[in-house]
Design a protein around this ligand. Structure first.
Ligand SMILES: NC(=O)c1ccc[n+]([C@@H]2O[C@H](COP(=O)([O-])OP(=O)(O)OC[C@H]3O[C@@H](n4cnc5c(N)ncnc54)[C@H](O)[C@@H]3O)[C@@H](O)[C@H]2O)c1
Length: 352
């Protein structure tokens, strides 16, 4: 396989995961626009390096392409990898930045037949998959879904995992700006939070709230230094999305789906910590079923799935599912921003 983009996620998450999967996947080529990063990261795994997408795609040793570049390059690189006739493509989240890009990807995937996987790792976590196999008719009765993410900032875990090369300067802190009257900063943090963080769990939310186009955001606010609290309804389901990235010592990443007679709660392991799978609990009045933890997490799960798809033993997700997941995320991000505008307008009217 070949990797486009060798930044922190490649270095701290994917290469350590792939190191455990050498019997099924071998990294042959690493590309990054920063030549020093490309060369140094490629050397860690004994792969070739280059600085252009075309060169990696032209490499016959590359059968599978993983796209780990910044968001804005995902769509164009996924399309180029499909056109290059590769066996399978993995694209880091978010899949694309708007509905048009996602539709263009789906059209190229359909035309070329190249299967695409999006790196929404929790959908490949064995704890989630075991819950899905066991929950029966739960989705029909769920009225409330909660996703809660409490994590330290990424660099803390990245530095625990490896020695990062080429990390850019830290983005200017939004603290102090993303509150009060600067609604542009508030909206930017909400959009970044939904498309960068909540997006991990939105495919899970959608299993219980399939009415993804009928989205109404009831409340949206930021949490400093980075985070969000968003309450919304999708169809008849009430959804709470919360995230806080700060200096806390104990990460916690939980997902809950609550129905009239049964509920599901899942504890996920933090992204950069290779600590096995999530643990899921399905509760009814009569019993609690505990599923997991299993030996590997969703990252390893997504790579295993990709290898199966490439060698013809696994089925790729339907492109419509990936597009609908993205449309759901974009609808929530837009509605959360609109909610901030509506709140500001109401405040100004009241103070006039
Ligand atoms: N699944 C997860 O848990 C997870 C975690 C963190 C980041 N991500 C995603 O992974 C992607 C990469 O994030 P990151 O944390 O590595 O940081 P990043 O986006 O800052 O770094 C990416 C690397 O890509 C390189 N790059 C820039 N333009 C490029 C291009 N056109 N082609 C190839 N490489 C290019 C940069 O030089 C850098 O080394 C993002 O889309 C992000 O959302 C996913």
């Amino acid at each position: 396989m070949g990797i486009l983009g060798a930044g922190p996620v490649t270095q701290a998450i994917h290469l350590p995961s792939l190191a455990r999967l050498r019997d099924i996947l071998e990294v042959r080529h690493i590309m990054d626009v920063d030549p020093a990063v490309a060369e140094s990261v490629a050397a860690r795994v004994g792969a070739r390096f280059s600085t252009s997408t075309e060169e990696l795609l032209a490499d016959p040793a590359v059968e599978i392409v993983a796209i780990c570049s910044p968001h804005q390059f995902h769509a164009v690189q996924v399309i180029a990898a499909c056109r290059a006739g590769k066996k399978a493509v993995l694209c880091e989240k978010p899949f694309a930045m708007n509905g048009e890009e996602a539709a263009a990807i789906a059209a190229v995937s359909a035309e070329t037949g190249v299967p695409i996987v999006v790196g929404a790792m929790h959908t490949f976590d064995p704890g989630w998959l075991a819950a899905e196999a066991a929950w029966g008719s739960l989705p029909e009765q769920v009225h409330t879904v909660r996703s809660s993410i409490v994590l330290p900032p990424n660099p803390r875990f990245e530095d625990f995992a490896t020695e990062i090369v080429g990390r850019g300067p830290a983005a200017p802190s939004a603290a102090g700006k993303a509150s009060g009257p600067d609604s542009a900063a508030v909206k930017a943090m909400l959009t970044g939070g939904v498309m960068g963080l909540a997006i991990h769990d939105l495919p899970l939310v959608r299993r219980f709230a399939p009415d993804f186009r009928d989205v109404e955001v009831l409340y949206a606010q930021t949490v400093l230094p980075f985070g969000y609290v968003i309450s919304l309804r999708a169809g008849a389901v009430t959804i709470e999305l919360r995230a806080a990235m700060n200096g806390i010592w104990e990460p916690s990443w939980t997902f809950e789906a609550i129905g009239d007679d049964a509920s599901l709660s899942i504890d996920f392991t933090p992204s950069y910590v290779h600590a096995g799978s999530a643990t899921a609990r399905i509760r009814t009045a009569a019993s609690t079923t505990v599923l997991g933890p299993f030996g590997h997490n969703g990252y390893e799960g997504e790579w295993r799935k990709l290898a199966e798809i490439a060698n013809g033993t696994g089925t790729a997700p339907r492109p419509e599912t990936l597009i609908h997941d993205l449309e759901f995320a974009l609808a929530i991000a837009d509605a959360a921003a609109a909610c901030v505008d509506a709140g500001n307008a109401a405040y100004e009217e009241a103070s006039a």
